[in-house]
Design a protein around this ligand. Structure first.
Ligand SMILES: CCCCCCCCCCCCC/C=C/C(=O)SCCNC(=O)CCNC(=O)[C@H](O)C(C)(C)COP(=O)(O)OP(=O)(O)OC[C@H]1O[C@@H](n2cnc3c(N)ncnc32)[C@H](O)[C@@H]1OP(=O)(O)O
Length: 270
């Protein structure tokens, strides 16, 4: 699978894992309007390839990371200084669509946080399915220090990750979490000493995912997102529908057949 060259992103596919690197290190990978546009195009390209019914899955997992010492140090403050309230609303809505596009990808997306993940950068990480971090990473929503408020989903996703109490403290104070505190708070799932170990760890996890049924993994992701925050009975109803859907897949037939035959499954991917 080939990707076009993006002005602000690097893309690399290795063993069905696509790595997207935000590449504006001079500005600590700040989310400029160009970065947003490139992210939109790149996610569209991945989605286009993955939403066919032929059972081909050239990408089984995505890693999003940053070049240099930052993951993403936030929305681009230089661009924001000249932005009107209406334009800001438009960009906020546009970036919400980027975060929803990440959630709608039918494969797991790991945020490999290598450095500063602040404001829009923390929000980008929280739109991913799992956050891994290097010991050099830090997280925060410092918008209030700029006279701003979260605009890329932090008001909704941060409480889901760390609970309402700590989320309020972080959003009111704008203070940062180091990688260890972020892991203890539940924002980070796994911590790695170095950035190389971080990327290797993300690849290892996605290599394990790649051995599982693509159809089932996609259905699990869709169910987790659809049920998040719902009352238990409503969530269970959605899960029962997903369970029904899984039983109609060729992957289910192959997975159960292979187990009983004591073989490794060769999933058709649908
Ligand atoms: C969406 C894109 C469209 C355009 C944006 C408009 C969108 C508006 C609507 C919705 C947006 C709301 C949602 C999100 C909001 C935010 O994210 S607000 C920003 C939150 N982030 C921050 O406040 C962090 C700002 N940066 C810092 O505090 C420090 O840079 C640091 C991370 C602590 C690192 O410090 P240090 O190591 O000393 O490096 P610096 O010298 O400060 O930085 C190096 C250069 O990088 C530039 N830079 C850093 N962060 C940003 C940024 N967020 N935007 C633009 N540029 C940034 C910094 O200016 C330096 O540049 P030079 O001076 O030219 O070297």
């Amino acid at each position: 699978m080939q990707f076009p060259a993006y002005a602000t992103l690097l893309t690399d596919i290795r063993d069905t894992v696509l790595t997207i690197t935000v590449n504006r290190p001079d500005a600590l990978n700040a989310l400029s309007s160009r970065v947003i546009e490139d992210l939109e195009h790149c996610l569209d390209a991945v989605s286009d390839v993955l939403t066919n019914d032929d059972g081909a899955w050239p990408v089984r997992g995505v890693i999003i990371t940053g070049a240099g010492k930052a993951f993403v140090a936030g929305a681009d403050i230089r661009e924001m200084t000249a932005m009107s309230p209406d334009d800001a609303h438009a960009y906020s809505s546009r970036m919400h669509q980027v975060t929803l596009a990440i959630e709608q990808l039918p494969v797991p997306v790991i945020a490999a946080v290598n450095g500063f993940a602040l404001g829009g950068g923390c929000e980008l990480a929280m739109a991913c399915d799992v956050i891994y971090a290097a010991s050099t990473a830090s997280f925060g929503q410092p918008e209030v220090s700029l006279g701003l408020v979260p605009g890329f989903g932090g008001s909704v996703r941060l409480p889901q990750y760390v609970g309402p109490g700590l989320a309020r403290e972080l959003l009111f104070t704008g203070r940062r979490l180091d990688a260890g505190e972020a892991q203890r708070a539940g924002l980070v799932t796994a911590l790695f000493d170095t950035v190389d170990d971080l990327l290797d760890g993300a690849h290892s996890t996605l290599a394990l995912v790649a051995r599982q049924s693509p159809a089932a993994v996609a259905l699990v992701k869709r169910t987790l997102i659809a049920t998040l925050g719902l009352p238990t009975d409503e969530g269970l109803a959605i899960e029962a529908e997903s369970f029904r859907t899984a039983f109609a897949t060729e992957d289910k037939a192959e997975g159960t057949r292979a187990f009983l035959a004591k073989e490794h499954p060769s999933f058709p991917g649908r």
